[in-house]
Design a protein around this ligand. Structure first.
Ligand code: AMP
Ligand code: MN
Ligand code: MN
Ligand code: MN
Length: 281
């Protein structure tokens, strides 16, 4: 069984529509794929409609959170998307993301960069807007040559010249919201240092006590020694471990299925869920 539990579509900052993500998942020989767009379930229905035979879909999302002053991402799987408290929080984060992207465009315009909010908003096409949409506009206008360059400190990088903060849900609260909607919370790329400060072992222990189900260990941003250390920690804290590509289409270079989750960990994850079912297979 090949299982990839973290992918993005045009419902957030991936470049392929949900139906195309399902196709490339099947073409890559995956048996299970999770669709985890930022702060939204917008892509779920299209993915279900387009699901190829033999492929199972885990419906999920990736939530923008803050833990002990540090930005973290929480993967949420198999939750009830209609549960009001959690649905409201996702909406508030999406609204904050839109205001913040508009502010970034405004700051760039004030410095003489000829971007337009309509261009950035049009590129997001109703999906969750993120810095990659602003970055792509900078590329289209020739101000930087790659999306990656636009994430440098001179531009949109964390606390960079045109970086603006967005709403981030307190991680302990987010874990409770996900559990309250019958979902399973897994901390995404906990040791991804390129995004800024990362959480300590003690913080992970506190998140585990708050109801966290697992850690995403096998991720392209993690070195071999970090993966080994996270596995030991997960074992001590009774957390399951996952692996996934964090596929974003052509916005990143990682291929779908590049990292995978052990079938036993996947079974343990599904066993904890009561918000919605795995589709297909
Ligand atoms: P935001 O969610 O708006 O804060 O933007 C963060 C998103 O930008 C992440 O989810 C990644 O998909 C993407 N990202 C971050 N760093 C880079 C980079 N160096 N190159 C391309 N995409 C990036
Ligand atoms: Mn992203
Ligand atoms: Mn992430
Ligand atoms: Mn992601």
């Amino acid at each position: 069984m090949r299982i990839d539990l973290h992918t993005h579509s045009t419902a957030s900052d991936g470049t392929l529509p949900p139906a195309a993500v399902m196709r490339v998942a099947a073409d890559a020989g995956l048996d299970v794929v999770a669709l985890t767009d930022h702060d939204t379930t917008r892509g779920w229905d299209e993915a279900v409609q387009a699901l190829p035979g033999g492929l199972s879909l885990v419906r999920g999302a990736e939530l923008s959170c803050r833990a002990y002053g540090i930005s973290v991402h929480l993967l949420a799987y198999l939750f009830d998307r209609d549960e009001v408290a959690f649905a409201t929080e996702r909406r508030l984060v999406r609204e904050s993301r839109e205001r913040r992207a508009e502010q970034m465009v405004q700051l760039l315009r004030e410095d003489g960069y000829d971007l337009s909010w309509a261009d950035v908003l049009g590129d997001a096409a109703g999906g969750t807007i993120g810095r990659p949409h602003v970055a792509r506009s900078l590329v289209r206008h020739g101000y930087v040559s790659t999306v990656d360059d636009a994430f440098g400190p001179g531009w949109l990088g964390s606390r960079g010249a045109y970086w603006v903060a967005k709403r981030e849900t307190d991680a302990v609260h987010a874990i409770a919201l996900v559990r309250g909607a019958g979902g399973v919370p897994v901390l995404a790329h906990p040791r991804s240092a390129k995004r800024g400060r990362t959480v300590s072992d003690e913080m992970l222990e506190a998140l585990a006590a708050a109801g966290l189900a697992g850690l995403e260990v096998d991720h392209v941003d993690h070195r071999a020694d970090e993966r080994a250390q996270l596995r030991v920690l997960a074992d001590r804290l009774g957390l399951l471990t996952t692996g996934s590509s964090d596929f974003h289409g052509s916005n990143k270079t990682t291929l779908i299925g590049a990292e995978t989750t052990d079938p036993a960990a996947y079974a343990a994850l599904v066993a904890q869920a009561s918000g919605c079912a795995v589709v297909g297979g």
